[in-house]
Structures are given as C-alpha cells and as structure tokens.
Design a protein around this ligand. Structure first.
Ligand code: ATP
Ligand code: MG
Length: 889
C-alpha cells in the first residue's frame, strides 16, 4: 500500500463504521495560546471532549497534521538519528465523544491492523496500563493474543492526561516486531531499542481529575486514538525506517542528486539527509498554514528548523540556498491530500529562499565575530568563550549553538555552557512574563467568576447595540490586578460583570472589544473593555460611576455607538482591502494579521517585495470605488463550513472546526475589464450594512514588518475626514509662511534651499578668511617646531578640518591646534605636518588637550579630533599646547 492508500483505507474503514470524516485542522491551533502547534489528532476536538461544544456526530475520523517540537511532546533532537520520529508527521485517528468505549476501540483497531492492513498477528504485541484489567481481558478475547503478548506497563507510557486537571485515563498501544526472525525479548517492547515499533495508541478517557488530584469516573467515557502514518507506511511497505517509505524517498533522492551525493552510503551524511527531508516537510507545512519566520513563538520555531536544515545542508556541501529548490517536492509527494501546499507554494519558495540567503550571510559575518572574540579570549589567556558572548551570537546573530560550539572546538576552546544557559533562561522568563499579562488577567477573572460553571452568554450585538433587560449573573471586584467574587460592586469600584445576554462584542479576530455602559434604576457603570472567556462567557470590565450594582439586578446594556460604528467601518474596510490586495498582487497573498479599532485599522499580509506607489494607489482606488458603489454586505450566520470554503471563502489560519460558520460577503466590485469580483470571508466580527457607510478609505502607511510580511495602516470614515482636514490646515500654514499658493510651495522651498546653500558657502569663506588672515600671533616655536594654537569661531567640524589643513600648509612645518566652543561643548582639531612624523603625534596631543577640557579623543599621527565638556577651560588648554608639544619632543 502506498501512503495515499493507507490514509484512504483508514478513513474508509471508520467512515463505514459511522465516523464522520474531518479534514485536518491547521498546525496552528485555534484559540489556544498555550499550545504552539497541533501535536495530536485530538487537539481540534478538545472542546467536544470537555463538553464545551457539541459535535455533529459522536464518532469522528481524521488524518491530522502534527508537529512535535516543543513543550510536552518534543522530538526535535531525535530527528535524524531516529528512524521513526519526525517533527512534522500525520496522525491517523478515530474518536468517540461519549459513544463507544474500550471494546469497540480495541475491536476496530485489531480488525484494521490485521485484516485490512494484513499485518501478521504473530508480529503484534499490545500493551495495557498495569491496573487496567478490563483492557487486558478485552485484548485476550478480541485478538486471541497469548497472555505473554499482552504486556502491562506503567504510568509513564500507558496513562494519558489532557493536563494537570481534566480528562485522563489508561491507554493501550499496538507494537509491531520489526525483527520477527529473532527470539522475542519482552522488555524491549516500548524501550528505545527500536525493534518493537509503536504504531498506534488507543486512549481510554475514563476519568476526570480535579484540583486535589482525585479521579472521578466520567459519566460518558470517550476514545481518542492516534497512529503515525509514516510508521504504518514503513511496516506495510516492508522497510526498516520511515525514511525508506514513499513519503520520504523522493525527497531524499532529490536532495542527494542536488548535493551530488548518495543517500544510504555514509551513516553520518544520512543523518543530515534525514534531518533535511524531515525539516523540509515541517517548514513547507508550517508556511502553508500561515506561520511566518520570526524571532518569537511559532515563527521562531519555524526559523530554527529551517536554519537547522541549512546547517545540515552545509555538512553535505551545499554552499548556496538549496532548500527552496527542494520545497516543491513536498507538494509532489503530498499535494493530493493537502491542497494548501500548492496554493502557498510560490510564496513559500520565496520566503525560504530569503531566509536561506539571510542565514548564510549571517553565518559568514557572525563567524568572523566569533573568531574575534576567540582571539580576544586567547589574548587574555582564557580557555572558555563567555556565556554572555555566546548568547549574543546565538540570540542577536542567530548562530546555532552547535555551530558556535564547533568553531570554538576547532580552536581548542570550550564555551561557558552554564553561563549561556542562564542567559537563555533569563530571556525565556522575560518573554513569558510579557505574554502572560493579558492571559493572567483573564485567568484571574475566570477563577473569580467561575467561568466554567456559567451558562454561555447570549450575544445579541450584531443586530442591536442596546438591550433593555440583561441579567447580572456574576460580579467580581478588582484590586491590584486581583479579582474576588462579590455580591455587589459599589460606586467607584472597578471589576467585571457577567450578563446573561449582551450586545457587547468581545475582542476577537483582530477586532477590539466594545465599550459602552450598563444602566439601571439610579445607577450606571462604564464598560471599559469586553473579553471572551474560553467557556463562551463574555467578561465586561466595568467601573461603577453611580449607585451600586448587585448580582441578580437587571440592567440596560448599551454599546457606545461612537466606539462601535467606526470599528465596524474599519472591519468591513479590512475585508475590502484584503480583496483588493489579492486583485493587485495575486492569490498567493494572504492575511497575516489585523487590528480593527475605532480610530484605525491595520492589515498585515504576505508579500516578498515592497509594493510600488502605483500599486498602493490602485489598491486605494479599488477599495474606494467599492465604497462608492454602496454595495450591501451579506451576512450569513450559519453556513456549513465546507459549503463556504467551496464557495471560495477566505478562512483565517487557525480557524477551528465548526459545523457551521458565519460568513461576511461583499459583492460586486466592478473592475476595469468588466469583470466583477466579490469578497467572501469566514468572520465573526461586526460590519457595516452597506459599504457606502465607510465613506472613504485612506492608506496612511505601508512598510515591511518581517521577512515576507508587510503592514498597511489606514483610516476610514470620520478618521479619514479628520486626516484630510488636518493636512489641509497644515498646508494652509505652509501657504501663509511661504506667501505662495500650495501648488507653488515645492518650487519655493527648493529656491530657499538653494539660497541657503549659497549663504553657507559664503559664510564658510568669510570664516576661513578670518582665521587665516588674523596672522600668526599665536604662533610659537618650541624647540624649533612651529606651534599654532588658537580659538576659532564655532563652525561645522568638516570646515574646521579644512581650516586646520590650510593652516598646516601655510606653516610648511609645524603643529596646528584649533579649538572652538558652543554652549557646553568644545571641539578640537590637531594637525601635524608629515615631516614631524615620529616626533609629534596628533592623536596623543589631542587626547592630552581634551583631558584638560573634560573630554577625550584621539586619532592618527598627522590628524586628530577631540571633544570636551568644559568650554570655559578652552583658553587655558590652548595656552598649554606648547608645553604639551614640548613633552612629546
Ligand atoms: P514514541 O513513544 O514512539 O515517541 P509517543 O508515545 O510519543 O511515541 P503518542 O503520543 O502515543 O506517541 O502518539 C500516537 C502515535 O503517533 C504513535 O503511536 C506514533 O505512531 C505516532 N507518533 C508519535 N510521535 C511521533 C513522531 N515524532 N514522529 C512520527 N510519528 C509519531
Ligand atoms: Mg505512546
């Protein structure tokens, strides 16, 4: 079976048994900032397991893209040496949300593995959790495996938990003996030896663990399973390693031919080949899912993996960017199942190629820096590169730590590992603290209001901005960033309020949370911000301004129109902008982020070059034409997700599985050629009813913010009007100052500039005359050397150097020292004629004079410059020049 057939056989098998097939969720998990990447098939279904959301079917099957490069599951270091661990891999999984349990799960697994996939029963071993007699008994009954091939294992391998608290339970794993020709060795099952290959893990979610660690049986136990496609392929294709399957061989062979080498000849080179093949897949899939190389979070992981692949490329002899040339292979191997690869390909190749080039040049220049530091350490007789320096190379220059270590070792030096670790830890802590703040506030609120026990808030804010009767279901008071549950919030107090129904939009999808007020008999509270708890509970951050508010009260909730209406304009405008960008730059452009606030909008998108002014103008034109067409927006609250995607809806990366989605459609942008295009996006935000309401969009800024990512800033509606008005008023000021109409201002200013340049030239000429004309009063002779030291009017440094040069020529042979002062600053120039070389050193002389005026300086033997902070000491210092020269002679 090839890999495509294996995927299909898995999905078919479970579909025939009533499982709803789900497409893979993106690698970037939806709404879970604590999880960097989707790392198992169950991740997109978490809410179903937790009972926070209801699935359309209680049985599901998927082939899920996974990454295991951080946190609890980190296989990065195994990749290369291990024949069965990848950073990116595909997990086949079947799921039961409170439907079938252990017996069916084992039955399905055994049937598929032995009958459909035809793995001989003699090659199979099952493990169960040591206390799970039930599973052991079921395996015996269903598979007929002898007791010595149903092994009991401990907590580490066979007990699964979602987190410290929450669902957990025993699991059971299926192993394949890759060397059935040898005598059996039980203890090797599950060990690192690699002979027994774990292909499938069946998790029995049976308990719920609470804060005190007590496990209670779940009323409706669930099933979560995961089998690695690459491992199954290795078994079914009868090869020793995942890398010998059809999923990897084409990539390995192409890499080898590009490197003019051969895979499978030299074990050390093979590790590099495998790392490159693995990382290439990871990089390609991450880019296709919208991750962008960067310096933190997901972007940083992507960059590190990419750089690691480049490093291994260097081991194989690549000196030029090569990964980008291999990237299309991933689409050739897996594109049939993952259409996103094709869509992203062009942009991904460009990103990888830029990253590679940057990295190669970084390595070249940073290696020089490392070399310099090494020389310095040597010079001082040290034997270790200091930790802070190593960290700087690693962090600022982006040099991989292995590379630094290697360079150091070549020079017989060690690196200060402990010092480096300490620096690294410090940086991690700082970044954790930074992200933590917003999250911490919400975590504190969630505890205080018992968000998990609250009913979901009913959101009624799309159609109305005011609700007459909203019930206050929970309150908490804020003091010092802490929240405590209270029955009442008194006048003057701040805190949060949970309502049963609300018109307030909670921040999400880039759109800010609503502001407004709550009103009740004689009282009022300002709503300063609105956020959403994961349990779909809306959190209103309030400050009570009149009379107290009590739990159980009924209030009128009203969103501030002056906040919401411009926000809506900006939100719809970002959709128009998005569409216009695609019109101008093509469909490979996609959204990389956005901010929708009442007073501004920001839209980040992917593009590998700076747009031209013409392109920016065209984008602005397209959006404004759409606005002038006054097209009504069409919002569909519940649309089957697949239907929306089929209709070409643009979905944001990181969107989660949902049966139905909300779509926002803006029809009818008429293009020059008579063509008409629409905007269709999956979006939960607030929008205008008609594009005409936007009024006007003006782009106020455009710049690159990361490699391959650009940002547009714009204003709409009143903001745009305000901008035009303030620009008009500044222009008016210019007109008044210049005394000409605005159209002539440019020419007028150019003329002024020209005049000024002339005047400066004239001034310089006069100053020079003054200096050279005032004869040689201050000229002295010191042991036969002519010394001229004098104060000159303050002038630009360049001019002073000229003066010194001219005076030196006039002198023929001698020393010239010029000093000038401004408010609190002294400038010194020292020039020495060349015949005095070896006798008077300009640099040393400048240094000595500078010390007298509270400064320092230095320079060459014939010319030097210095400064100081005590202008009042300048005459004294100039008087001392003769003595200082004498000291040198
Ligand atoms: P192992 O012990 O071999 O590292 P695991 O116990 O971490 O695997 P699970 O978390 O149980 O694996 O994941 C379920 C299945 O996913 C495994 O049985 C295996 O087939 C596959 N799998 C897990 N990690 C990887 C990986 N890094 N690369 C490829 N496949 C993997
Ligand atoms: Mg396991």
């Amino acid at each position: 079976m090839n890999s495509k057939q294996i995927r299909q056989s898995f999905v078919d098998f479970f579909e025939e048994r009533g499982h709803k097939p789900y497409p893979s969720a993106p690698l970037v998990p939806h709404g879970d900032p604590t999880l960097l990447f989707t790392n198992a098939g169950m991740v997109p279904f978490k809410d179903f397991f937790l009972g926070l959301d209801k699935p359309a079917s209680q049985r599901a099957v998927s082939v899920q893209k996974c990454m295991r490069v951080s946190g609890k599951h980190n296989d990065l270091d195994n990749v290369g040496p291990s024949p069965r661990h990848h950073t990116f891999f595909e997990m086949l999984g079947n799921f039961s949300f409170g439907d079938y349990f252990k017996d069916d799960a084992i039955d399905f697994g055994w049937d598929l593995v032995t009958r459909v996939w035809g793995i001989p029963t003699e090659h199979l071993t099952a493990t169960v959790y040591e206390e799970d007699d039930e599973a052991a008994e079921l395996w015996r009954k269903i598979s007929g495996l002898p007791a010595d091939r149903i092994l009991r294992c401990g907590k580490k391998d066979n007990f699964w938990a979602m987190g410290e608290t929450g669902p957990c339970g025993p699991c059971s794993e299926i192993f394949v003996d890759t060397r059935p020709d040898l005598p059996r060795i039980d203890w090797e099952v599950g060990s690192e030896s690699g002979r027994y290959l774990e292909i499938w893990n069946l998790v029995f979610m049976q308990f719920e663990r609470d804060e005190s660690g007590v496990m209670k049986p779940l009323p409706k136990p669930s099933i979560d399973t995961g089998a690695g496609l690459e491992r199954v392929a290795a078994v079914l294709q009868g090869v020793e390693s995942n890398y010998d399957t059809d999923l990897f061989m084409p990539i390995l062979q192409a890499t080898a031919s590009l490197a003019a080498g051969e895979y499978g000849r030299d074990p050390e080179a093979d590790v590099s080949y495998r790392v490159i093949a693995d990382h290439l897949r990871a990089v390609t899939f991450l880019l296709a899912d919208g991750v962008i190389p960067g310096n933190e979070g997901r972007g940083y992981v992507l960059r590190r993996i990419l750089r690691r692949a480049v490093r291994h490329g260097m081991v194989l002899g690549f000196e030029e960017p090569f990964l980008n040339r291999l990237l299309p292979l991933v689409d050739e191997v897996m594109g049939n199942h993952y259409p996103e690869l094709q869509r992203a390909q062009q942009a991904s190749v460009a990103t990888v190629s830029t990253e590679e080039e940057k990295f190669l040049s970084t390595i070249a220049s940073a290696s020089r820096q490392v070399q310099e530091t090494i020389d310095a350490v040597r010079h001082e007789g040290g034997s270790e590169l200091p930790g802070d320096a190593v960290f700087r190379f690693y962090d600022t220059y982006g040099l991989p730590i292995e590379l630094i270590r290697e360079i150091a070792e070549e020079e017989q030096l060690k690196i200060d590992e402990a010092g480096f670790k300490a620096e690294l830890e410090g940086q991690r802590r700082r970044s954790r603290e930074a992200v933590g703040e917003g999250q911490e506030r919400m975590a504190a609120v969630r505890q205080a209001v018992h968000a998990d026990e609250q009913a979901k808030t009913e959101f009624a804010g799309y159609d109305s901005r005011r609700i007459e009767k909203a019930g206050v279901v929970s309150l908490a008071r804020e003091a010092d960033k802490r929240y405590e549950p209270v029955e009442r919030l008194e006048k003057g107090e701040r805190g949060v309020a949970i309502l049963d129904r609300t018109p307030f939009y909670a921040e999400s999808g880039g759109e800010v949370g609503d502001r407004g007020s709550l009103q009740w008999e004689g009282g009022e509270a300002l709503v300063l911000d609105t956020q959403k708890d994961p349990a779909e509970v809306w959190v209103h951050f309030v400050e009570v301004t009149a009379a107290g508010l009590g739990r159980g009260d009924t209030v009128t909730a009203e969103v501030d129109s002056a906040w919401r209406l411009p926000t809506q304009r900006n939100h719809t405008a970002t959709h128009l902008l998005h569409r216009a960008l695609r019109q101008v730059f093509g469909d490979s452009v996609h959204q990389a982020g956005s901010l929708v606030a009442p007073d501004r909008l920001r839209f980040d998108y992917t593009l590998h070059r700076a747009p031209t002014p013409d392109e920016m103008r065209r984008i602005e034109d397209l959006v404004n034409r759409w606005i002038l067409q006054a097209e009504p927006t069409v919002i569909t609250p519940d649309r089957p997700q697949q239907e929306a995607l089929d209709a070409g809806a643009m979905a944001l990366f990181g969107e989660k599985y949902g049966e139905t989605v909300r779509t926002v459609e803006v029809p009818g942008l008429a293009l020059e050629a008579g063509e008409v295009v629409d905007s269709l996006e999956l979006c939960g935000g607030c929008h205008v009813a008609n594009t005409g309401e936007i009024g006007l969009l003006m782009i106020t800024g455009e710049r690159g913010i990361a490699s391959g990512v650009r940002r547009i800033e714009a204003l709409t509606g009143e903001g745009a009007l305000e901008l035009v008005r303030s620009q008009r008023s500044s222009l008016r000021d210019v007109e008044i100052e210049l005394g000409v109409p605005a159209e002539q201002a440019g020419g007028e200013i150019a003329e002024w500039r020209e005049q000024r340049r002339e005047l400066e030239k004239e001034l310089a000429r006069l100053r020079m005359k003054l200096v050279s004309g005032s004869e040689t009063a201050q000229e002295q002779e010191v042991d036969g050397v002519k010394v001229m030291a004098k104060e000159v009017p303050s002038a630009p440094v360049g001019e002073m150097r000229n003066m010194a040069d001219i005076l030196r020529q006039k002198l023929g042979s001698g020393v010239v020292v010029l000093g000038s002062r401004e408010e609190s600053k002294v400038t010194l120039i020292v020039a020495v004629t060349s015949d005095l070389e070896g006798r008077v050193h300009a640099g040393n002389l400048a240094k000595a004079i500078a010390e007298m005026v509270g400064g320092n300086g230095g320079g060459r033997g014939d010319f030097a410059q210095a400064g100081g902070k005590h202008p009042e000491k300048l005459p004294e210092a100039l008087d001392a020049v003769a003595d200082l020269v004498r000291n040198q002679l």
